[in-house]
Design a protein around this ligand. Sequence first.
Ligand code: NAP
Length: 557
Amino acid sequence: MLDAHQTAASADRKAVPARLDALVIGAGVAGLYQLHQLREMGLKTHACDTASDVGGTWYWNRYPGAKFDSEAYIYQYLFDEQLYKGWTWSERFPGQPEIERWLHYIADTLDLRRDISFSTKVVKAVFNDATGRWTVETDQGDVIDTQFLIGCTGMLSAPLEDRFPGQSSFRGEIVHTGRYPKGGLSLDGKRVAVIGTGATGIQVIQTIAPDVAHLTVFVRTPQYVLPMKNPKYGPDEARWYKGRFDELKANIPHTFTGFEYDFENTWAELTPEQRRSVLEEIHADGSLKLWLASFAEMFFDEDVSEEISEFVREKMRARLKDPYLIDILVPKTGDYGFGTHRVPLETGYLETYLRDNVEAVSVRDNPITEIVPEGVKLRDGTVYAVDTIIMAVGFDAGSGALARIDITGREGMKLAEEWRKDIRTTLGLMKFGFPNLFMTGAPLAPSAALCNMTTCLQQQTEWIARCIQDMRDSGKDVIEPTEAGEDEWVRHHDETANATLIAKTESWYTGSNVPGKPRRVLSYTGGVGTYRKKCDEIAADGYPLFAMSKVAAPQDA
Ligand code: NAP
């Protein structure tokens, strides 16, 4: 279900200029910064977004309880000290409304809105071999001739809305969390179903339970969860993190995950007692540190993975107590290891199930077969009658958003078709056969898995800006990956990813949440700092994985 505010083009919608140097698709964290950078470089640049305002992920995901689980002072743009220091956070892990306000602050401070067309969806793009330029169409009738097309479309922005047969027959309201209506839904006193217990479902469940008459949670794969500690921030904390700007800027871009912290311990060097004490201490931090800064061996070594997984399971069991709930909500030995799926932070999530008005239903062996007018139907015929269904069922990650645009590259190659066969990119920044099309948050670059998104997106947009500048400096019009270059990156990516236990698991990390999607670990797992270094070296070495050319015919022929 879509809210009219989110899609209807207003009368004052800005038309997209007909001729551009660069068109940026998306006005979220990446798109805003990319627009700023290219404009500063003197390129005629414009951005489009389907939404009615800036924010990207933080525009669309306005479901109850949506919030950061990266520390706010780290989920930041670090390219401008004044911009960083000009915004003050109210807590360690703020909620969506505050994050959205921050992105408005960014857009206002950098005066970005004058070059953004909102309520404008890019629907088609065709590369013209003769001119080396893209012809792009929007759903509002704009036709744009642009040299560069830059997809800042988000890693997790293509919601899997049509998940079950019969959804349209439902008598109540049914909504995907990634399209939650701007005005919210009235849930007070309602019987509500939540389907899905990923990072999103967990935030919804723990938030709405006290307000609804009855909450039924359909759980398929239980999650490892970590308790969040979310202190309020006042003037002292603001002084503390703002005073560390130089240190954060020097450190964050080079860590393994783009957070402030890094893996600091080596499993083999510690006794069992020392390991336990490290795990306890980090667990008490109430952040993602246990996942991203305890023992890197958990991603490679089955035994270490199992020991750390059991540590987390033990913590979860102690909170749930009830054997029925433990059976449904705590992962079992052999299911998958802690950290090989995205680890959510939660606040009282497990205790939510101890409430009288909350029911957990396992759909692991008795799956949901359809949505019927009254509610949710399982394979054994049981129908759970509800007034509202919240689908926290995830996204077609990485490739989904760009693949939903009709993009045609060289020799009629369709991006969606290519990715239906095999999900390949070069550095996660370009795709063979699609010249002058850059992408961010795309497959085979570090993204939401094991990466603080803002760190990754800044690095990727900065690399794109540098690449365009280098092309201009060398008088080139067109850049594209070579086939051999793409092979090389895919091979390196696979070697790195397939050495981890992540490659063996089922989730959006491997694309297995979308039927028929080719399997590959979507995010680069070699580390954010390492990836940055590789990207920089490739640029400094004259882009060996790419071919640059000059268009023979005049550009405006
Ligand atoms: P997700 O991790 O893909 O989780 C989807 C959930 O829906 C899973 O529990 C899945 O179960 C369930 N599901 C899907 N199809 C189902 C079906 N047919 N029947 C029953 N259950 C079904 O999606 P998400 O929770 O929206 O999170 C996606 C990503 O967004 C996260 O991993 C994270 O990177 C990001 N995120 C970030 C934040 C934050 O930073 N604060 C918050 C929320 C989300 P199975 O596991 O069995 O498939």
